[in-house]
Design a protein around this ligand. Structure first.
Ligand SMILES: [Zn+2]
Length: 259
């Protein structure tokens, strides 16, 4: 099921030749998973090219980024990737059972060589130089159940698979009707999202801080749109897809500009 379109969704994933790219294919068009092809960040990240679009690419791309997978063709039949259980746990199982091949080619790397900050209201993402890749994230929804949650991810495949891949998409009960009014979350249900009411979760969370874990999962997916492995530390306060994508655009443009 597509979370926002409510349509049944099926994808086929195949290895591609060695060019270091992930490309979505549908309706006869090719859409490389690059920030220049982002056409919307409303509630999910949507890529598009020549009139064809594909919604909610961030979970699959997050898994690819964390597992270091970068040569992939993804064929889609409807315009949204399947939400599955709201996390990328099942995708991770599928990828692991298919097997991952190490290719004889160098990975493309973007090194953050100066501080970059992108601000939007009370949200901020800052990138700074570091020998390794890491992400820190703080969220504060001013909500009695969620509270303030802060967590770090340090570029570790096993840590991702155990502690981030199972973290589900979430939604606030009060917002869900509003989303449906603007034609989003049409496929949302208790089977594919952690729903939060004022007095508690509507089903048991998988982690006490599942929401910040999912936020980091989303961030990794959006960061992968740089088309490279990132070397640097990124810290976000109340990030969104919009801010993530702005950050990636800035990071990519600085990379190609003189120091
Ligand atoms: Zn998500």
């Amino acid at each position: 099921m597509g979370l926002h379109t409510g349509e049944l969704s099926r994808i086929r994933v195949e290895p591609s030749c060695i060019d270091g790219r992930i490309v979505f294919h549908g309706e006869g068009k090719d859409i490389p998973a690059l920030v220049e092809n982002v056409i919307s960040t409303k509630r999910c990240t949507t890529l598009g090219k020549d009139g064809v679009k594909i919604h909610t690419v961030e979970h699959l791309l997050s898994l690819c980024y964390a597992m270091g997978i970068d040569n992939l063709n993804i064929y889609f039949e409807s315009n949204e990737l399947p939400i599955l259980d709201g996390s990328c746990k099942d995708l991770a199982i599928a990828f692991q059972s298919a097997g991952i091949k190490v290719l004889d080619a160098l990975k493309k790397v973007i090194a953050i060589d100066r501080e970059i900050s992108i601000v939007d209201g009370d949200s901020i993402i800052t990138g700074m130089p570091s020998a390794n890749f890491s992400i820190g994230c703080m969220i504060d929804y001013n909500h009695p159940v969620v509270g303030v949650q802060t967590l770090f991810y340090r570029d570790d495949n096993d840590d991702f698979l155990q502690n981030f891949a199972p973290a589900r998409t979430f939604g606030f009960w009060e917002e869900i009707e509003k989303l449906r009014e603007i034609d989003l979350a049409r496929g949302g249900s208790l089977d594919n999202a952690l729903v939060i009411k004022k007095d508690g979760y509507m089903m048991p969370p998988r982690f006490p801080d599942e929401i910040v874990r999912h936020k980091i999962l989303d961030m990794l997916g959006d960061m992968s749109l740089s088309g490279a492995q990132i070397q640097g530390h990124i810290f976000a306060i109340k990030p969104s897809h919009k801010l993530n994508v702005q950050f990636v655009k800035e990071m990519v443009s600085i990379q190609s500009s003189p120091k």
